[in-house]
Design a protein around this ligand. Structure first.
Ligand code: PEP
Ligand code: MG
Length: 581
């Protein structure tokens, strides 16, 4: 069987399928007898964590809505001590050697069957409350720091098959035992795919129902460039896939020489290439790939799978300093947390109210959570004493937000000075990724020290196409005339106000598109480290003057297809051949 999805991270991976379903609270697997005690301890830790959270929620509700509304959390707290739930789950772990998540589910199944048989409608409804507690327990089992430890004991190579896969899950996996992953959902710019590319893990997304069609243990051969997934391939197909793997390795080696060469066009225009990284430990990989610095550190990855302590000033200071020191003298641009409320560590007090996807996110959430924001800003300002660092705000929609954020930087600086700590000057910039910011780029430029264009979000919001939804990924067109024009608008605004402007969205990593971006006057790019050697090769073969002519033509094109035609005709047959491999 051959499945076809979207190749979102090139490379070949061959291994046995391991399934991870969002619907199921956790992987179902048997724990070796020697690890039973550890599994029960995990269950107990999840119970304690759930207890703390429920107590916090109870107190908040009692304070805001009144004690009478808090009673249901008393009932949930009692359930955490109910022998039919926790003790029974522990017994299932002990006697059936099941992992904690499955054991809790199974115990819940038994309780639910009892409730279903009850005549009393009130009792039947209580099943929902127990389900709520079970959901919380399972969530805490999943997000506990060591919840993914079991992957370390699996025999690889494996291919992870998931319906959906969060970036925080893949950030925590031990990729020693995984050769690739494939998902039902997702597309090129969803964060899990971005992370896969920067970790060099082959991946295919948007397979729709792979997690149904594939049975655990099946052999899979994944081609992350073409989007093909061969299920239980016969020896001949396997041989062909292995030959592709060899070609890919050779192609990458052929780019090695570019790592050390400067990024400069054939006619001498100097281009700055930085790396997008998600962990302070990626700095080495960024340097080895030939990046000058880090153009985007997605600081929210520091929170992935961690508890509330990850929001602390000292923990962040240590992480930022590690990144800055390992990249010095290269410059590091750190973006403040770009998360929604739901992605904050469990237990972070967030303002009550609706939770829409375009609600409190990015800079809005930071401005709403003064303590969290101040701790991050203090950590950043302190780390700036250890090497060149710039602060960047995500999801800014206009001048007022930027001013409010800059005022917060001032407050953080004052706090540090009052503590007697030095505060070096730190450039403060904005991501241009919300259409209103792009349209008012000339106004923002007066208050910003630099711009970085986040094309991933800019495209999704300009074109009203969800970047994570594989069903509309054909409408997600980076070369849409609206995007080409918007890029020119921002590039011009920055140039007129003499502030640097970079592109840090995935668009910059496409060597064919780079010619267009250079032609639009953009000379700074940040991309996954793995994309840098190829980008250097493309830039060194490019004449900026020709790129300008290309951009002028692209600006007159009426459709994305017309722009694409212009770009394809522009690159030489030699480059086209190289890019196909
Ligand atoms: C972007 O939106 O282009 C970007 C770089 O940020 P992220 O992908 O993290 O949203
Ligand atoms: Mg973004």
């Amino acid at each position: 069987m051959r499945l076809i999805g979207l190749g979102v991270s090139p490379g070949i991976g061959i291994g046995k399928a391991l399934l991870l379903k969002r619907g199921a609270p956790e992987l179902r697997f048997r724990v070796p007898a020697a690890m039973v005690a550890r599994e029960i301890e995990r269950l107990n830790r999840a119970r304690e964590r759930s207890r703390e959270q429920l107590q916090q929620i109870r107190a908040r509700i009692a304070g805001s809505a009144g004690a009478e509304h808090a009673y249901m959390f008393d009932a949930q707290l009692l359930m955490l001590d109910d022998a039919m739930l926790i003790d029974r789950a522990a017994e299932i772990i002990r006697t059936q050697c099941l992992n904690a998540g499955s054991a809790v589910e199974r115990a819940f199944g038994e309780i639910a069957a009892l409730f279903d048989r009850a005549d009393d409608a009130y009792l039947r409804e209580r099943k929902g409350d127990v389900g709520d507690v079970v959901g919380r327990l399972c969530m805490n089992l999943r997000t506990a720091r060591n919840s993914l430890d079991f992957f370390k004991n699996l025999e690889g190579p494996l291919v992870l098959v998931a319906d959906e896969l969060t970036p925080s899950t893949i950030a925590q996996l031990d990729w020693q035992c995984f050769a690739a992953f494939v998902t039902d959902a997702g597309s090129w710019t969803y964060h899990t795919a971005i992370l896969a590319r920067s970790m060099h893990v082959p991946a295919v997304a948007g397979l729709r129902d792979a997690s149904h069609a594939i049975v655990p243990g099946m052999l899979l051969a994944v081609d992350g460039a073409t989007g093909e997934v061969f299920v239980d391939p016969d020896p001949e197909v396997l041989e062909q896939v292995r030959a592709r793997q060899q070609q890919r390795v050779e192609f990458e080696h052929s780019l090695d020489e570019y790592r050390r060469l400067p990024a400069v066009t054939e006619d001498g225009v100097r281009i700055r290439l930085d790396a997008n990284v998600e962990s302070p430990d990626d700095a080495r990989r960024a340097r080895e790939s030939g990046a000058e610095g880090v153009g985007l550190f997605r600081s929210e990855f520091l929170l992935a799978g961690r508890g509330h302590e990850a929001l602390g000033e000292d923990a962040q200071f240590e992480a930022y300093t590690r990144l800055v020191e390992s990249m010095a003298p290269g410059r590091v641009t750190i973006r403040t947390f770009d998360v929604s409320e739901a992605q904050l560590p469990v237990g972070t007090p967030v303002p009550d109210g609706a939770r829409a996807p375009l609600g409190l996110r990015g800079i809005r959430l930071s401005l709403a959570l003064e303590d969290v924001f101040q701790a991050q800003l203090r950590a950043l300002l302190r780390a700036a004493s250890h090497g060149p660092l710039r602060i960047m705000f995500p999801f800014v929609s206009g001048v007022e937000e930027l001013r409010a954020a800059r005022a917060a930087v001032q407050r953080a600086a004052e706090t540090l000075r009052a503590r007697g700590e030095p505060v070096p000057p730190v450039p403060v910039g904005v991501m241009i990724e919300v259409p209103s910011a792009a349209v008012t780029a000339d106004l923002l430029a007066d208050d910003a020290d630099f711009f970085s264009i986040g094309t991933n979000d800019l495209i999704q919001y300009c074109l009203a196409v969800d970047r994570t939804d594989d069903r509309v990924s054909n409408l997600y067109e980076p070369l849409h005339p609206a995007i080409v024009r918007t890029l020119r608008l921002v590039s011009r605004a920055a140039r007129r106000r003499s502030i640097p402007v970079a592109v840090c969205g995935e668009m910059a990593a496409d060597p064919i598109v780079l010619a267009l971006l250079v032609g639009l006057g953009l000379t700074e790019f940040s991309m996954a480290p793995t994309a840098i050697p190829l980008a250097k090769q493309a830039l060194r073969a490019l004449r900026a003057r020709d790129a300008e002519t290309l951009a002028a033509r692209a600006l007159r094109a009426r459709t994305a297809a017309e722009v694409e035609e212009l770009l394809t005709a522009f690159i030489s047959p030699r480059e086209r051949k190289a890019l196909k491999s």
